[in-house]
Design a protein around this ligand. Structure first.
Ligand code: SER
Length: 317
C-alpha cells in the first residue's frame, strides 16, 4: 500500500492532487505537507497534514518517519516570475528543498515525483515541436533550478536506485487555487476577469504561444507516470507533457464564444515577456505517449467550457 507525502499541498496543483490521491489511495494514506499557509476546508478535514518546510531536512524526515511514507510528491517550489525577482530564495527552495527530499528518500526508500517545467528550455532550444531530448540552456533562475533538478533526480535514480520520475509541466489552468508568481498565470487570470469584469489586460503580447494543460490532466499525468511500468521507461526526469498550445488571442476568442462582450487588452510586462519568449511554443510529448500511454482529456474548447462553468459557480455568477 502506498503512503504518500505531498509537499506544497496547499498550492495550485497540491490542493487538487492531494484530494485525488486521497480518493485513490485512502484519506489516511496521504499526508498534506504544508508550510506557511495552513490548509482549510476539505483538504484539512479529509486527512492528515503536517508542517513540512522542504528547506529544513529535519521536517521532511520527521514527516516521512512519522507516517511511514514510501512515496513523495514534491510540489513545493518558487515559480518563474518570483524566482526572477528573488533568485537566491528560489535557489534555496527549488534546489536545497529538492536535495533534502531526495536525501530523505534515499535513507527511507521512497519514490519521488518532481514536477519540472517548460522553463527548462531556453535559447538554442527548437521552440516548435520541442523534442524530449534537446538543447536545455535556460536563462531564468526558475529554469536553472528545474533543469538542475531534473539532473539531480536522474542522478539519484542511477546512483542510488531511487524511483524518481517527473514531468515537464506546461502552464496549468485551474479554478480551485490560484497559481502564484508564474509566467503562464495570465491564462488563469483571464478567466476570473472575463467572468467578473468582462475585460482583461494581458501582460504577454498577442502571438505568445505556450503549452498549457487543464488541471484534471495535470493530476492524471502525475498519478499515471508514478504508476507506470518501470520496465517501459526510457526517460524519467522529466517527460514533456502537453495538452494544447495557444496565445492570448486564441484563448480570448474561445472565451468570447461563451461571453461575447469579453474584451482583451494588452499591457506587456517586459520580464514576463522575456521569460515566455525563451520557452517553447509547443512541445513534442510523444515519449510520454509511448512510454506510459499519456493522453490528455481536455483540449482548448473543452477546457474553456468546463473552466467557465466551474469558475462561474465558484464566483456566484
Ligand atoms: N507555470 C510555470 C511558470 O509560469 C511554468 O512551469 O512559472
Amino acid at each position: 500500500m502506498k503512503r504518500i507525502l505531498v509537499t506544497g499541498a496547499v498550492g495550485q496543483i497540491g490542493s487538487e492532487l492531494t484530494m485525488e490521491l486521497r480518493h485513490r489511495y485512502g484519506n489516511d494514506s496521504v499526508v498534506a505537507g504544508v508550510n506557511r499557509t495552513q490548509p482549510t476546508g476539505e483538504l484539512k478535514e479529509s486527512g492528515p497534514f503536517e508542517t513540512v518546510d522542504c528547506t529544513d531536512i529535519k521536517q521532511v524526515e520527521h514527516a516521512v518517519k512519522k507516517y511511514s511514507i514510501d512515496c513523495m510528491y514534491h510540489l513545493a517550489a518558487i515559480l518563474s516570475v518570483v524566482a526572477e525577482a528573488k533568485p537566491m530564495p528560489a535557489w534555496n527552495v527549488n534546489m536545497n528543498g529538492l536535495r533534502n527530499v531526495l536525501e530523505v528518500a534515499r535513507e527511507y526508500t521512497c519514490a519521488v515525483f518532481t514536477p519540472s517545467s517548460i522553463g527548462v528550455f531556453g535559447p538554442g532550444t527548437p521552440l516548435d515541436n520541442t523534442p524530449q531530448d534537446t538543447v536545455q540552456r535556460p536563462n531564468t533562475m526558475y529554469g536553472v533550478t528545474k533543469m538542475s533538478g531534473e539532473l539531480l533526480c536522474d542522478y539519484y535514480h542511477k546512483r542510488f536506485g531511487i524511483d524518481t520520475r517527473g514531468l515537464r509541466y506546461p502552464g496549468i489552468i485551474s479554478c480551485v487555487t490560484l497559481p502564484g508568481g508564474g509566467t503562464t498565470d495570465y491564462a488563469v487570470e483571464m478567466f476570473y476577469k472575463a467572468i467578473e469584469k468582462k475585460a482583461y489586460t494581458c501582460t504577454l503580447k498577442a502571438g505568445t504561444f505556450l503549452d498549457m494543460m487543464y488541471m484534471p490532466d495535470a493530476i492524471k499525468s502525475a498519478i499515471e507516470v508514478m504508476e507506470a511500468d518501470p520496465a517501459r521507461l526510457k526517460h524519467r526526469n522529466a517527460f514533456n507533457v502537453t495538452a494544447m498550445s495557444f496565445d492570448p488571442e486564441f484563448l480570448a476568442a474561445e472565451i468570447k464564444k461563451h461571453i461575447p462582450d469579453f474584451m482583451l487588452n494588452y499591457e506587456v510586462d517586459a520580464v514576463k515577456q522575456a521569460i515566455a519568449d525563451s520557452w517553447p511554443n509547443n512541445m513534442d510529448d510523444s515519449c510520454a505517449r509511448e512510454e506510459w500511454d499519456w493522453s490528455p482529456d481536455y483540449n482548448l474548447s473543452a477546457m474553456v467550457k468546463d473552466m467557465l462553468e466551474k469558475l462561474g459557480e465558484k464566483l456566484g455568477k
